[in-house]
Every structure is written in structure tokens, then in C-alpha cells.
Design a binder for this molecule. Structure first.
Ligand code: SF4
Ligand code: FES
Length: 329
């Protein structure tokens, strides 16, 4: 309706102010600022309805609830599911309490996660690897045995390595929301919970491959790529093709002229921009199937950026006010 404006909320996160729409969560407000202010998210995925609230990696401190009620919130809150209030003051990295809590969360996430990064296909693009690098301890404080499961094939193209699963539920939401019929889920409860298909079903939906892209660890891997290469030896190229099922916009991971694997394109928060179909992902491995657009931008902090050359873009800009160099991410 003309003249109707949505109320803006002023929030401050790690001393940086930002204005967002009413109903925005703290995490989304932080993403609007970008950079180190953004709390890590292992279970929340903006494209999957209902996701979030499971892993607690996104905990932040609310040191002022709102302009009307400036009292701090009594406990750390999950930023992915807490909406902002006008005048709210939030601390992420500026709070030693948050950093300590996050170390504890990482320890919990690693409680059953094997240290098999040297042989895991997700290494180099694993959210848990990054999180452990930032907050992990050198030694474990527990002596208990890790949970162990046999490796299973869930369908023709996906391998489930349950030992690595952190039960974030992202793949369950992806299957629920992208495919006609979800064939897998979290079976059992408590410390015996596991991702599985009821009576060892095969997951065969046309969009099931997206479960691999949303998995933050190496629990779901692409069987057509397993053990073929390390991601940092490949060149991620933006590629597209005419596809009747999806937008056909992908990343072709190439070695020379060969395509080793095809994935969705991920944004700076590690989320797929547009979900792709199984045909594009698993069946189109010939360079002739694709229009190769050019190298993808890879953050220079990523191991994948080694020996990765991109076309020259705009040079770094000098911010005339702050007088500081805006660094390329
Ligand atoms: S298999 Fe991956 S996406 Fe699914 S619940 Fe486990 S960690 Fe999450
Ligand atoms: S990302 Fe917020 S609880 Fe997991």
C-alpha cells in the first residue's frame, strides 16, 4: 500500500550500528554488516524454512535488550532464531563470554566427530574444520569412545558417513522442501540419533544431491567425486547450461579440461544461491555439456585459493572518510 513504510530497527553488533526490518534475526542483521561480526552457523540455512536452533554455534550476548528495556538478556541467545529489537546491543566477538561458550560448543560438536580431515572429501570447504581452527582445543577433555556407524549408500550417488554427522538437520529440511517425498530423516533420539532411511531406502529424488551441498561437514558426500581429488587441486569455474529442471547455474570443479564434480554456487555465507538438479550435478561431467563462464571468486583465506587466478576486478578502494584500505575478502 502506498505510503506504508516498514519500521526499521536500529541494532548495534560489536559496536557497529545497522538498520534492519522488523522481524529480522540478529544473525541476519550481522550478515548485513558482514565480515567478522557474523556469528558462525552450522545448522541455520536461510533458504531452508525451519532450520536453525540446533547447534548453538551462533550464540551471542545481548547486552541491551532494546531502547525501551535496556536490561541485558540473562543468557547467551541463539542469534539465528532471536529477532532484533529497536535499540538492541549485541556482542559477538567483543564478548569473551561468547568466545568461551563457542569453544565449549565446538568441543561438543567434535565429541563424536572423527579427525579424518586428511581423507575426508569435505576438507578445505568444511564449516566444522573452519570452526575448529578458530575455536577448537588442541586436546580433547574426554576419554569416551566415539560413536561409530558403518558407512552406507543412500541412493546411487550419495554416501552417508554417519560418524561425521553433527545432526544439524539441514539435509532433512532440504529433502523435505526440495523433493517430492522425503525418504530419510533422523532416526532414534538422544545419543543414539542417526541420519538414516527407513529400512535402507534409496534416496532417488531429482533434487536429493542438494543434501550434499547443505551438509556442513563431510557426512554426505558425492559418490561420483569421492577420493578423486582434493578440492584445492581443482579450479572452481562458474558454468551454466540449459536445464529443464533447474536454473542450470553451477560450479564446475575442473582439473585441466576435465570436470571432476559439479556443485551449486555458494554465497559468502556458504549457502547455495540456487539449488541444482541431480542431472546437472551427477550426469553432466563433460566440459562440452557446459558454458564455462570463468573462474569463481575464492576468498584468499581459503585453502582453495592457492594457485587460483581470477580476472582482474576493480582495484581496492580507499575509503576517504576512514582513510583505510577496504580489503578484498
Ligand atoms: S548428514 Fe550432514 S546435513 Fe544431515 S544432519 Fe548430518 S551433518 Fe547435518
Ligand atoms: S546456527 Fe543458530 S543454533 Fe545453529
Amino acid at each position: 500500500m502506498r505510503g506504508l513504510t516498514t519500521k526499521k530497527m536500529k541494532v548495534t553488533i560489536d559496536n557497529i550500528p545497522v538498520e534492519v526490518e522488523d522481524g529480522t534475526t540478529i544473525l541476519q542483521a550481522a550478515r548485513k554488516i558482514g565480515g567478522k561480526v557474523v556469528p558462525p552457523a552450522m545448522c541455520y540455512y536461510s533458504k531452508l524454512k525451519g532450520s536453525g536452533g540446533k547447534c548453538r554455534t551462533c550464540l551471542v550476548k545481548v547486552s541491551q535488550g532494546s531502547a525501551k528495556d535496556p536490561r541485558p538478556m540473562p543468557k547467551l541467545v541463539a542469534s539465528c532464531s532471536t529477532p532484533v529489537q529497536d535499540g538492541m546491543v549485541v556482542q559477538n566477538l567483543t564478548s569473551p563470554e561468547v568466545v568461551e561458550a563457542r569453544k565449549g560448543i565446538v568441543e561438543f560438536l567434535l565429541l563424536n566427530h572423527p579427525l579424518d580431515c586428511p581423507v575426508c572429501d569435505q576438507a578445505g570447504e568444511c564449516d566444522l574444520q573452519d570452526l575448529s581452527f578458530g575455536y577448537g582445543m588442541e586436546e580433547t577433555a574426554t576419554e569416551d569412545d566415539r560413536r561409530e556407524f558403518p558407512m552406507t549408500d543412500i541412493g546411487e550417488n550419495i554416501k552417508l558417513h554417519m560418524n561425521r554427522c553433527i545432526l544439524c538437520y539441514r539435509c532433512v529440511y532440504a529433502a523435505d522442501q526440495l523433493t517430492d517425498k522425503r525418504l530419510h530423516g533422523v532416526l532414534y533420539r538422544g545419543d543414539v540419533s542417526e541420519i538414516g532411511t527407513f529400512i535402507r531406502n534409496a534416496v532417488t529424488n531429482e533434487f536429493s544431491g542438494n543434501m550434499i551441498d547443505v551438509c556442513p561437514v563431510g557426512a554426505l558426500t558425492d559418490k561420483t567425486f569421492r577420493f578423486k581429488s582434493r578440492v584445492w587441486f581443482l579450479k572452481p569455474m562458474n558454468a551454466h547450461r540449459e536445464c529443464a529442471r533447474c536454473a542450470g547455474k553451477t560450479v564446475a570443479w575442473m582439473f585441466g579440461n576435465e570436470i571432476y564434480r559439479v556443485t551449486g554456487r555458494k554465497d559468502q555465507f556458504g549457502e547455495v544461491e540456487e539449488f541444482i538438479c541431480n542431472e546437472c550435478r551427477f550426469e553432466k561431467k563433460d566440459a562440452g555439456d557446459w558454458v564455462i563462464e570463468g573462474p569463481r571468486h575464492i576468498s584468499r583465506q581459503s585453502v582453495i585459493s592457492a594457485n587460483h587466478y581470477e580476472e582482474m576486478t576493480e582495484p581496492s578502494v580507499i575509503d576517504p572518510i576512514a582513510g583505510k584500505m577496504e580489503k578484498d575478502e
